[in-house]
Design a protein around this ligand. Structure first.
Ligand SMILES: *Cc1c(COP(=O)(O)O)cnc(C)c1O
Length: 414
């Protein structure tokens, strides 16, 4: 039985109401003329692709998108019926599978179009595809000229139906003038393809370019459909983004303390003895480590010269043995507990000396990059603030008022 309590006491909590809130905020942003494609790649950015897709489908979302074919197949096997666009190029032997699972392929080359057409013909079908145009990401797609010609030829092909043409922006998450101009160049190149096809009566119904950043700051580029991931999961795509939506964060990583111990000054903590306690230290152990995808965030690349100076000043202070400001920390019993030493494979130690309430079973909330948290961590889905569904690698289990040790015995509640 895939109950939460059978797993190590750490889990990801996902508030489904927050996702619905964000969905409605995005709908308000783009208006009724622009359709919404909800991006659920990478396990719905760490929120659980199957449960999130079911939710979005029931909320009337028209389109989903994933990167890889196998992500789309999983959703179909779990009963998702709405159209799903697959971003990644298909390998030649995947075309049949994509058609069998009614997934919408992206076409990134003439050869790919032929392969899909052949697989469609063999099945006596007409398959909808989206053309991917490379306009400035340096990644995947046909050049605008190739796309225009292929788009025109497709109108002749009885087995292919050109439903959409799209490109992906590389620099929309920036307010810099040079980046804005670059984005406009990408948009213009896509519009040239549209123009060419429109004049020959071959414009597909769905032209699209916007990711979250552009959906937010380029209403002039919304076109027929926007592909949104980041905003749906409650995050702005970049720190200086215009905060014009009332987003809610659905995601929390939680773990319970499995041991608390006092160590005298001079005790080394963790692998490599990178940390030596300077004073008597109370150490709490959390059952979560780098194999779960929990790691202390790397130092970000400095954003400019002043940033670089600040960073170098901090390193200098650290070298002189002085404080370097905020270390990575977890929230626990109303306090902040800094991470001690290296995060190990499946354990993390934190300093709770100044939070006397912490005991075995205390609940810690950790910040982490959600897309890299391992899928095997169980997920607890909340609806109306209540535990509603537990999802683990073994399967899903509705909560139906059932309380596990992980929820009812918690002082904090969930
Ligand atoms: C990931 C992705 C998106 C969504 O990007 P967000 O910035 O998370 O909204 C849109 N289009 C493509 C092709 C993507 O790969």
């Amino acid at each position: 039985m895939p109950l939460l309590e059978n797993y190590a006491p750490r889990w990801v909590e996902v508030d489904l109401d927050a996702i619905v809130n964000n969905l409605n905020e995005i709908r308000r942003l783009v208006g009724i003329k622009t359709r919404l494609m909800a991006v659920v790649k990478a396990d719905a950015y760490g929120h659980g692709a199957v449960t999130v897709s079911r939710l979005l489908q029931s909320e009337g979302v028209e389109w989903l998108a994933v990167t890889a074919l196998d992500e789309g197949i999983e959703l179909r096997r779990k009963g998702i019926e709405i159209p799903i666009l697959v971003f990644a190029p298909l390998m030649a032997n995947q075309a049949g599978l994509a058609i069998n699972y009614r997934l919408t392929p992206s076409v990134h080359s003439d050869a790919a179009a032929q392969t899909i057409a052949r697989a469609a013909k063999y099945r006596n079908q007409r398959v909808k595809v989206h053309l991917k145009v490379e306009t400035g990401m340096g990644r995947i797609g046909l050049s605008p000229n190739e796309a225009a010609i292929l788009g025109l030829n497709m109108a002749q092909d009885p087995n292919l139906e050109l439903e959409g043409i799209y490109t992906h922006l590389s620099s929309a998450a920036s307010n810099r003038e040079s980046d804005r101009r670059f984005t406009e160049g990408q948009f213009r190149r896509l519009m040239e393809v549209e123009d060419f096809l429109s004049r020959r009566d071959a414009r597909p119904p769905l032209m699209h370019i916007c990711n979250s950043a552009a959906a937010l700051n380029r209403p002039d580029m919304h076109l027929d459909l926007v592909r949104v991931g980041t905003l749906l999961y409650g995050q702005y795509p970049y720190p200086e983004a215009p905060q014009r939506l009332n987003l809610k964060d659905p995601w929390k990583l939680k773990a319970r303390v499995v041991q608390v111990q006092d160590f005298p000054a001079g005790t080394s903590i963790g692998y490599g003895r990178t940390k030596v306690a300077g004073r008597r230290t109370r150490v709490a152990v959390l059952p979560l480590g780098y194999v779960d995808g929990f790691s202390v965030e790397p130092v970000p690349r400095p954003r400019g010269f002043m940033d670089l100076m600040r960073y170098m000043a901090k390193m200098l202070l650290a070298w002189l043995g002085m404080s370097v400001g905020e270390a990575a920390a977890v929230e626990i019993e109303g306090g902040r507990a800094p991470v001690l030493g290296k995060v190990a494979m499946q354990f993390t130690m934190v300093d709770v000396t100044s939070i006397p309430k912490v005991e075995v079973g205390s609940l810690a909330v950790l910040s982490a990059r959600r897309t890299t948290i391992n899928r095997w961590l169980p997920k607890l889905y909340l609806q109306a603030g209540q535990p509603w569904l537990v999802s683990t690698l073994e399967g899903e289990e509705p909560m139906f008022g059932l309380r596990t040790a992980d929820t009812s015995s918690s002082k904090e509640g969930v």
